[in-house]
Design a protein. Sequence first.
Length: 108
Amino acid sequence: MDPEHAKKLKELAKQDLCMMSLKGNDVTVIVHKNVPNKIAHDFLEKELEISVFLDRDEDKPGKCHLYKLCNLTPIIHSDEDAYKEELIMENDELKQYHTMVLKKKEKS
């Protein structure tokens, strides 16, 4: 990893953010550090077919839709006011996803 990339990752971590590459899309997004955990919860625990989260890239913020079966991730760019509201809601929601789900829970 080059020093510039490492520096950017450290800066993001200080803001509780991380960089995530979306395979099959050749896209890299900046997300809240708990988004990978949310995706695992959405797909394994909640058995959802899609996980929705925000790309927090300052230059092109938007809402990502990650589809479970095809790994397709369209990003819908938002206007500033709508994005601010979505950011507040997502920050609140992501508090519950502090741990990763590794396998589907057995139903009783």
